[in-house]
Design a protein around this ligand. Sequence first.
Ligand SMILES: Nc1nc2c(c(=O)[nH]1)N[C@H]1C(S)=C(S)[C@@H](COP(=O)(O)O)O[C@H]1N2
Ligand SMILES: [Mo]
Length: 323
Amino acid sequence: MLLPRHRGFVHPVASDITPRAVFEARRALTLAALGSLAAPWSVRAQAAAKSTPLPGARSTVPGAVTMDKPTPLQDVSTYNNFYEFGSDKGIADRAQALVTRPWTVEITGMVAKPLTLGIDDLIRKMTLEERVVRHRCVEAWSMVVPWTGFALRNLIALAEPLGSAKYLRMETFLDKTIAPAQGLDFGYPWPYVEGITLAEADNDLAFMVTGAYGKPLAKQFGAPIRLHLPWKYGFKSIKSIVRIELTDQRPKSFWENINASEYGFWANVNPDVSHPRWSQAQERVLGSGNWLSPDTVPTQIYNGYGEWVAGMYQGLESERLFV
Ligand SMILES: Nc1nc2c(c(=O)[nH]1)N[C@H]1C(S)=C(S)[C@@H](COP(=O)(O)O)O[C@H]1N2
Ligand SMILES: [Mo]
């Protein structure tokens, strides 16, 4: 991955952080607004608004849903990594070629009940919640996004993993008529693949995303369904997923196949472990700043989510846990 040209960054300062009361009122409004969208989204969203606690302190992940101010949609939706549509950040237009219906997600491998679900049936099965979380790209930029979706574990549970399963291997679509870059020979091992341990998939913070900013997921964000792992570098958060395989073999990811020395399996965020080509100590926060003098904030270990995730790595200190 190349260090991106950065445009428009600003870092949140104390006055930008939304007071809790305002934040909670806004969340309530957002969930109410979700209910007015088209089916099946609205069916679930209305149910979610009625039956699930509002995010924030009352979420299934107490305290983890941040009160950070979301990065403006305009910035997040025009600066994307989605290599299927090219290696530049301006892929949003090209990504509109993605055909998201019909779309199926297969859960296979070491499971008692292999499943293939149409995306709308899948979304109807799940209870949606909204989470405002930070995203830290390995290229040292970050953003705050209000995602809608559900805990990954709730999806995996439907397939009843066998005791022998240790990892999840996830795959993106493969179709060069939609994503011409997949037909070009740059030595990229398409389709995009990512992997995590079953323990990581079971973590409260491992989130499957089907919406953002109160709307169904825009194509450039990885519609119709993508992963978000807020404590890991962004490349682990695979977009436009079609297959999840449970396995006892550690999956080799797309980026690990391209350059294992730069992109390891664990890839947890750590300001003290530099990427071989740049420091990870600071991050440029996507926003409304001036690209000539981008504002930066210090990067936090596990992207600030250590309280929820650090325990998973106890006893694994001999592994290369960061980048
Ligand atoms: N299929 C696929 N998933 C992907 C990528 C990609 O190129 N292809 N890029 C990753 C990287 S490097 C990042 S930072 C995030 C970017 O997500 P965003 O464009 O929604 O910000 O998606 C990740 N998921
Ligand atoms: Mo990234």
